[in-house]
Design a protein around this ligand. Sequence first.
Ligand code: PLP
Length: 408
Amino acid sequence: MTQINAQFLKLRKSYLFIDIANRVNAYRAAHPEANIISLGIGDVTQPLAPAVIEAMHKAVSEMGEKATFRGYGPEHGYAFLQDAILENDFLPRGIHLERNDIFINDGAKSDTGNIGDILSQNNSLCLTDPIYPVYVDSNVMGSRAGHYSDGGWSNITYLPCNAANHFSPEPPAGHADIIYLCYPNNPTGAVITRDGLAQWVSYALRHKSIIMYDAAYEAYIQSPDIPHSIYEIEGAKRCAIEFHSYSKTAGFTGLRCGYTVIPQELTMLSDDGAEVSINQLWNRRQSTKYNGTSYISQCAAAATYTPEGKQQVRKTISYYMTNARIMRQGLKACGLNVYGGQDAPYIWVQTPGSMGSWDFFQALLEGPHLVSTPGVGFGPSGEGFIRLTSFASRENTVEAIERISTWL
Ligand code: PLP
């Protein structure tokens, strides 16, 4: 008899956004007249930049000509995109990486979820809490999380994020092998300072741990002193993998492209004491299980680094960040405790009167007809908060805030 991977049965019943969609659909069915505005799921709404569209048209035409047609691409991705990444995302920050350190992918979700393939099931985990759920669930699937009880997994050290630690906790006192950090953070919208990040790098080097650094929202950083990459910190190339995505940077959620950085300096010891290159292990994994990101998507990603592309992408980010400012100011004026939204597209709102996250979610749905995301869905310390996103249209953002203030 074929046996299933029983780890999947340990996962929580359904994915957060499915729970939300079910509740919203039920409400919509019972109240078809309600004009519901979603500030819930983190998907962008503004169209792709004209430079990106132009690059895709050109790439499509190339695929239709014998002389320029492309089949399977290089395993790491095309050199033209790797070079554009090195020159634009790293060199201006004084970070020297090599082409082969960059693995082009189809977005950050796949690699943040799959990276565990190359790491032992015996590793212990450490997460800031609340956190992007993929890190936890992919480790449950990979038999690394332990047992679920009291709202958490036995093999995970949860570091609570709260107002007192500016939603950016320090490394734990004990040992952890794999650490997931995400800054700017989804869901709290918090960022980490250079000193804060340096503490993590120093911890990882001391403990011979790996940091999985998710920088999917780095393009939203507005404050000049906040690091955009963990490799801005001395020593990070020896202990960190970094994930990037064009999804929120340039509206690629439906197009799909991102990249993972694994510096060749990053090595770990095997059971017999041999030094193993993590870059080579990942390359082996990718060349077996992944056949590359489409040429068209990679051309589109490269177009975000042209002068016009950069300017157009910045304009869209600035549009979302103006939404974030409107939301922060409006919600504060309503007397709510509001965090994030300054260097990130997410606003983290404390529920009024110690309400539970799901209760406030339901109240916002039934009152001002707004969809939010309950903070507790991102981890136990998210209880008592909801997440709002600044990805809606300006019109809907303004209306949503007006509705909340009238309702409250
Ligand atoms: N990482 C974080 C923190 C995210 O919030 C998301 C998407 O919401 C992703 C990764 C995945 O992005 P994508 O797979 O679209 O690149």
